[in-house]
Design a protein around this ligand. Structure first.
Ligand SMILES: [Zn+2]
Length: 151
């Protein structure tokens, strides 16, 4: 049985939701895509914007581009308090639960965007108590709080 369902999301358009209760550490869905070399990723204008949502680093040599319709896992939204993470196993990527997840909860992971001058173009609507308002990786969120204080 599939662990996920596709449904409309409050965060952004569509999302993936737990079809049943899921224990922490479960493999939920493969993050499918095309394996490309680092060089291809660097040279293709497709990945120019620095916010390559669907591009994952696999190792020193290869990245995985998940920007394809067949990659259902690309529907998973960002959250500032995520319940999943994407982990590489060889040249494959899997979405794992990092918490116990109840049936009907939406899956999310940290998109890991770096903090730079265009962070305001990526507002976050995850709705969690920890939400910093923008899609920025956890380790950089303090920078946003600092900005808000300075205003
Ligand atoms: Zn958020």
């Amino acid at each position: 049985m599939r662990l996920y369902k596709i449904r409309k999301s409050k965060i952004d358009n569509l999302g993936l939701y737990a079809a049943k209760d899921i224990k922490k550490g479960s493999k939920i869905i493969e993050y499918k895509g095309k394996v490309i070399t680092e060089k291809e990723a660097e040279e293709s204008p497709k990945y120019d914007n620095g916010k390559a949502i669907y591009l994952f680093n696999l190792n020193k040599k290869y990245d995985l581009d998940g920007d394809f319709k067949f990659n259902t896992a690309r529907l998973i939204n960002h959250s500032c308090d995520p319940n999943c993470e994407v982990t590489g196993v060889g040249l494959k990527l899997w979405v794992y639960s990092i918490k116990d997840i109840k049936k009907g909860e939406e899956f999310s992971y940290d998109y890991g965007f770096s903090f730079d001058e265009d962070f305001k173009n990526y507002p976050c609507r995850c709705g969690s108590k920890k939400c910093c308002g923008y899609i920025v990786r956890e380790g950089s969120r303090w920078r946003i709080k600092k900005k808000k204080i300075r205003k």
